[in-house]
Design a protein around this ligand. Structure first.
Ligand code: AP5
Length: 217
């Protein structure tokens, strides 16, 4: 199964991608996570990407497309994948089409998680992330058992560098300009599946499973 997850920053793409990845045993391919790893390791891609990410802007298409092409060639992606945060622009979507056409492996669905701006902002401002396993927590809605330590591996939780209120607002505006057009792009192909993502995470997971079952007929 091959899916794309769309939605505002904070919509819960990462949370639901982790859930579905475990359920279907297919990898979650998060371009945000891969880029942050490059930043952490100080690779040339990471050094270039950081300037865009810290401002809440998109990393140039050619860099991200190359990175995703390489990732999808890894053996675990041959049985399927969940693209979390890619594509984000029409040129990225066209590049993905070309990659998938080459291996005759079309997308099964594009899930759009819907939330309002105020909820997106509250979710991001309250988020903490484990730098090791990438699990996310929220100070109000899903706090860790021990203050600021990951429940799974006890690593100290961190805030990302793009989570201040001003940067979040810029990320929302950029999503509207550059990523929202993809909804029409995929709707026109009958691939768009909309999931209301304002409920608690477990309920959104149930809605996701139901929506995917309905879409597959
Ligand atoms: P990326 O890391 O992909 O960020 P994003 O898309 O802005 O999304 P987020 O990770 O902020 O949110 P999410 O929807 O995954 O929500 P989450 O599940 O964490 O990208 C970061 C940057 O990298 C971009 O700005 C750009 O610079 C660059 N980049 C990445 N991909 C790129 C591309 N393709 N092209 C160009 N540049 C690219 O949930 C958020 C919080 O809410 C968490 O605390 C979580 O615990 C909580 N939560 C989740 N669901 C619920 C729920 N249902 N109820 C209550 N709380 C919930």
């Amino acid at each position: 199964m091959r899916f794309v997850f769309l939605g505002l920053p904070g919509a819960g793409k990462g949370t639901q991608a982790r859930f579905l990845s475990g359920r279907l045993q297919i990898p979650q391919v998060s371009t945000g996570d891969i880029l942050r790893e490059h930043v952490q390791e100080g690779t040339s891609l990471g050094i270039e990407a950081r300037t865009y990410m810290d401002r809440g802007e998109y990393v140039p298409d050619d860099l991200v497309v190359r990175m995703v092409e390489e990732r999808l060639q890894e053996p675990d992606a041959t049985k399927g994948f969940i693209l979390d945060g890619f594509p984000r622009t029409v040129p990225q979507a066209r590049a993905l089409d070309a990659v998938l056409a080459e291996v005759e492996a079309p997308l099964d669905g594009v899930v759009k998680f819907t939330i309002t701006d105020p909820i997106a902002i509250r979710r991001i401002i309250g988020r903490f992330t484990c730098p090791v396993c990438k699990r996310t927590y929220h100070e109000t809605w899903s706090p860790p058992e021990n203050d600021r330590l990951c429940d799974d591996d006890a690593s100290p939780l961190e805030k990302r560098t793009d989570e201040d209120a001003l940067t979040v607002k810029r990320r929302l505006a950029i999503y509207r300009q550059q990523t929202e057009p993809l909804e029409g792009f995929y709707r026109a192909r009958g691939l768009l599946i909309e999931v209301d993502a304002e409920a608690p995470a477990a309920e959104v997971s149930e809605r996701l499973v139901r929506a995917l079952a309905e879409a597959s007929g």
